[in-house]
Design a protein around this ligand. Structure first.
Ligand SMILES: [Zn+2]
Length: 210
């Protein structure tokens, strides 16, 4: 690991420790769900709702598992036997489920990730796992887009990274302005994807967005 990546890794470990230290207990979290059930107007003690708090907390463990995962750990194992391959590596249509940090409502969509390897490549499933690290947190789409791009850029140190996210925000489609079918697109381009119009066009054409 280079000193820069080692630093990045340390930062993520510290963040993970902070998450573990400030977490309330499962019992406290379940009690909070009971309060919300009562607030919604139902009887939190009735048969059908008895196990709901523990089920909700188990869903939370899944929806927000990204806080305990370290993108550096996922991306650090790379392969150097690439026969000099230095063209674009692109992973399209990575489906994800996240939750918006303003309403805790689902954000459902897909991510396209590309990078230009410089001497080493990463297993493609690792790119999808990095998407999961950031999707499984409370998010805004703009931040998630930048986080994925920056993590790949920081650890792989490639010639460039491109990330595009298209997603539907349920806080907008199921409540509030109630506009089903509306989706939002965000993108983050680094290195050659930002500076070289040909690389950018190739990427956009490959994901069907040119
Ligand atoms: Zn929202």
């Amino acid at each position: 690991m280079t000193p820069a990546i080692l630093n990045l890794s340390k930062k993520h470990q510290q963040e993970r420790d902070r998450v573990i230290n400030r977490r309330p207990s499962k019992e406290e979290a379940e009690e909070a769900v009971r309060t919300l059930l009562a607030y919604s107007g139902d009887d939190s003690e009735r048969e059908g709702l008895k196990d709901t708090p523990s089920r909700v907390i188990r869903s939370f463990d899944e929806f927000y598992s990204g806080y305990l995962k370290d993108p550096v750990e996922i991306l650090e194992r790379t392969f150097e036997e690439t026969n000099g391959y230095d063209e674009m590596v692109l992973l399209k249509n990575i489906m994800f489920v996240s939750h918006c940090e303003h309403h805790m409502a689902p954000i459902i969509g897909k991510v396209h990730v590309a990078y230009l390897p410089r001497g080493r490549v990463v297993g493609i499933s690792k790119l999808a796992r990095v998407v999961e690290v950031y999707a499984r947190r409370l998010q805004i789409q703009e931040k998630m887009t930048a986080q994925i791009a920056n993590a790949i850029n920081g650890v792989l140190e490639p010639g460039g990274v491109a990330v595009i996210i298209e997603a539907e925000h349920h806080c907008m489609t199921t409540r509030g302005v109630n506009k089903p079918g509306v989706s939002m697109t965000t993108s983050k381009m680094l290195g050659a994807f930002r500076d070289d119009p040909r690389t950018r066009s190739e990427f956009l054409a490959n994901v069907g967005m040119s």
